[in-house]
Design a protein around this ligand. Structure first.
Ligand SMILES: Nc1ncnc2c1ncn2[C@@H]1O[C@H](COP(=O)(O)OP(=O)(O)O)[C@@H](O)[C@H]1O
Ligand SMILES: [Mg+2]
Length: 425
């Protein structure tokens, strides 16, 4: 595609000169009258006057001023850049892979996104490059009917597996060209899978206690009908199972409420010292039951952090409860709060609060995963401890809302330390 003008240089110059003369016609006429007047007044001849007028006209024709047509063309060009847009530039600006092919299914053009995913395609027969049956069918339909066939899903396996929704259509009317557009669906599929996994996990977690309750109801109505001792024991188990279901539903609701809230309600702050002391008070009973001493390493003055008091309370309840439950063998848990050491220039001041236990700790491979929903290192022990597997997911979610994060350090056999990092308020 070229913008070159086919006319010769001489013809081009003549056209420009004529344009300039036409543009300056009134000025030239006035100059001619003036020159004639002056020449006659001075007693000069006709020839002198004509020579002078011709000289002025030559200057006008050679002077490179812009003609009205040129000014108009410039103004139009500024107003509609779309007129100068080439199809190639447009294709290059599209971030989805895009391939133009002809009636023989040969690629005539592929944009950079397509080359990045599929390698060099120009001149390649699409039917040989995309052998999946759904792609063969899509190409065949496009070439046969030249209509808009329904998009198909296509998986490109190398270098990494990616799922594309591919649409094909003819380019314009009777150009003999067709276009394939690949839309990457991998991220959408990953989110779909996560959602499906989450629902499967949540249903499974609810189903287990429900099945147990249903079983005991049957026993109570049948074999244990006349056994008050067994009845009392079964009712107790049933109550524990309903409590487990209630905890799970509470945690699920907590997560869903958090997800619906906007990110970071600005201006909220809470005193971490007060929050943690309050949580430690609430869990005194649990700690005593587990034989764990909670040591408070808290400053006397308040340490303000970004976050709502209720949500930060939920964070430390989860962390301290975990430390007491899973780290009980260590016999003690230390909670501490401190301002973080001075940040690099420009960084916001941070505060840190940690909950450290001296129990079995968490081995390295599990650390990055314990904040995932329903992830437990040992599902049986978590259930025995009345866990839902959602606590740390809730903690992470809350901290993210306030621009904070959770870091976990552990030396297996020597305990674990969960540290909350939050912007200072
Ligand atoms: N202090 C800790 N020491 C050892 N393991 C821990 C500790 N805190 C959490 N974990 C592990 O992380 C998992 C996820 O924790 P959490 O999300 O709070 O779920 P839950 O406590 O309901 O099981 C727990 O099941 C446990 O395996
Ligand atoms: Mg927990």
């Amino acid at each position: 595609m070229s913008d070159a003008d086919p006319e010769s240089a001489a013809a081009g110059f003549a056209r420009i000169a004529a344009g300039r003369l036409a543009e300056a016609r009134w000025t030239l006429a006035a100059a001619a009258v003036a020159i004639a007047g002056v020449t006659f007044a001075a007693g000069g001849s006709w020839l002198v006057a004509i020579a002078a007028i011709a000289a002025v006209a030559c200057v006008a024709a050679l002077t490179p001023w812009r003609t009205r047509a040129m000014r108009l063309a410039e103004a139009t060009a500024v107003r509609s850049p779309i007129d100068r847009l080439s199809a190639l530039r447009l294709a290059a600006a599209v971030s989805d892979p895009l391939v133009v092919f002809d009636r023989s299914a040969t690629v005539v053009q592929a944009n950079p996104a397509a080359e990045a995913v599929f390698g060099s395609l120009r001149g390649v027969d699409l039917r040989l490059r995309f052998r999946a049956p759904e792609m063969q069918e899509l190409i065949r339909q496009t070439l046969d009917d030249a209509t808009h066939p329904a998009p198909v899903d296509y998986v490109e396996r190398a270098p990494i597996e990616r799922l594309f929704r591919v649409a094909a259509s003819p380019v314009g009317d009777g150009t003999g060209l067709f276009v394939l557009v690949f839309r990457d669906q991998s991220e959408a599929r990953r989110i779909d899978r996560m959602r499906a996994d989450f629902i499967a996990n949540a249903s499974h977690e609810l189903r287990t206690p429900l099945a147990s309750i249903a079983g005991f109801i049957e026993t109570l109505r049948g074999p244990a009908r006349n056994d008050p001792k067994a009845q009392a024991r079964f009712l107790e188990i049933m109550q524990a199972q309903t409590e487990r279901m209630a905890r799970l539903i509470d945690d699920l609701l907590s997560l869903s409420r958090l997800e619906m809230k906007p990110l970071a309600a600005p201006g909220q702050s809470a005193d971490l010292v007060e929050v943690i002391a309050g949580v430690a008070d609430t869990l005194t009973h649990l700690a005593a039951e587990a034989g764990v001493v909670v040591e408070r390493n808290l400053p006397a003055e308040p340490v303000l952090a970004a976050g709502s008091r209720d949500e930060l309370t939920q964070v430390f309840e989860n962390l301290l409860e975990n430390a007491i439950k899973y780290g009980r063998s260590g016999g003690r848990v230390v909670v501490s709060v401190a301002r973080a050491p001075a940040q690099a220039a420009g960084g916001r001041p941070q505060v840190e609060a940690s909950v450290r236990d001296f129990g079995p700790g968490i081995s390295e491979e599990h650390i990055p995963r314990v904040t995932e929903r329903f992830y437990r290192v040992d599902a049986e022990s978590s259930r025995a401890q009345k866990g839902t597997g959602l606590g740390l997911a809730i903690v992470k979610h809350i901290l993210t809302r306030y621009g904070g994060r959770l870091s976990i350090a552990s030396q297996p056999g020597h305990g674990a330390a969960f540290t909350v990092h939050l912007p200072a308020a």
